[in-house]
Design a protein around this ligand. Sequence first.
Ligand SMILES: NC(=O)c1ccc[n+]([C@@H]2O[C@H](COP(=O)([O-])OP(=O)(O)OC[C@H]3O[C@@H](n4cnc5c(N)ncnc54)[C@H](O)[C@@H]3O)[C@@H](O)[C@H]2O)c1
Length: 348
Amino acid sequence: MNSQPSQKAFVPFVSVENMMRLVHHIGIETLLVELCAFVEEDFKRWESFDKVPRIASHSKEGVIELMPTSDGDIYGFKYVNGHPKNTKEGLQTVTGFGVLADVATGYPVLLTEMTLLTALRTAATSAMATRHLAPRGADTLAMIGNGAQSEFQALALKAICGVKTVRLYDIDAKATEKTMRNLQGQGLNMVACHSAQEAVQGAQIITTCTADKQYATILTDNMVGAGVHINAIGGDCPGKTELHKDILLRSDTFVEYPPQTRIEGEIQQMAADYPVTELWKVITGQAKGRTGERQITLFDSVGFAIEDFSALRYVYSRIKNTTYFENLDMLADPDDPRDLFGMLQRAK
Ligand SMILES: NC(=O)c1ccc[n+]([C@@H]2O[C@H](COP(=O)([O-])OP(=O)(O)OC[C@H]3O[C@@H](n4cnc5c(N)ncnc54)[C@H](O)[C@@H]3O)[C@@H](O)[C@H]2O)c1
């Protein structure tokens, strides 16, 4: 009796270890550039995707979310959590994993870790928005919040937008020390700052990437000068924002998917008719991005399923003919498709 799985039973699985090998094999900056191109390609065909605000399950401590989408040929989803108190217990604030599946058969074709991949795709997406919205020649970034995402954000802005200097601030000085240590030797000038106010001095790009379960005010109106571009990454849940609402009154705000961002983004503080521009329309030339030197542009990022779909698609394309995955026996494959029970019995 042969109870070995057939080829049809296997789904390629990318573990954290293999994801790290893949990133080092490609090179992190090259990977961020390539991933950004995949995200941009999917933003250009935005209208061909099924879209729904992510399905969030909130608790006192955090949130668990499912993020599905499909382009009609491929289906993808990510499981992701956000628990700001986790780092105090030695756990990540954000972890994730995801699946890509063939729409024609419904069979999964990829299962992968998405904790590292989320950090990479979030950084690639911020850089894509920044490239379209930041003032010309912007090369100084204020990076506020120096946790798990921060190095990825800085490197993507370097590789994709030409950022040269990073001014760092975190309420925990140890986090800033960690980020500076990790970015040593990566070709960025780094300045540790003692306040958010100090960090934004001379920066044309401001990225806020902090984690707090409640409304926070990382930036107040007086800190934001004319002409800057802001990536507000950390405010991504009901009740969790980073910017004072007066900044939004002076900014032109760009979003991923308005029905989700109105619930989760900085704009949850604003009236339901607060004007926003969908980023994909800027990328396809259907809407204007930056229109003047003094304009403040705000990418109110919450993270949308299409970005994860792009990241899954990218990994799927990059693991072909490599050893950066293992085959998981994930799909039952009886000889007679209707004899699932018989297959079980024969394995006794
Ligand atoms: N928009 C997206 O697509 C997206 C994707 C991933 C994560 N996120 C969000 O980004 C945030 C950061 O994620 P992470 O994994 O880096 O979290 P993390 O917990 O590793 O880091 C957060 C950092 O923010 C710092 N911080 C908290 N309050 C601060 C304040 N008032 N001023 C300055 N620094 C402060 C903390 O000390 C910590 O170092 C989270 O809120 C997460 O939910 C968004």
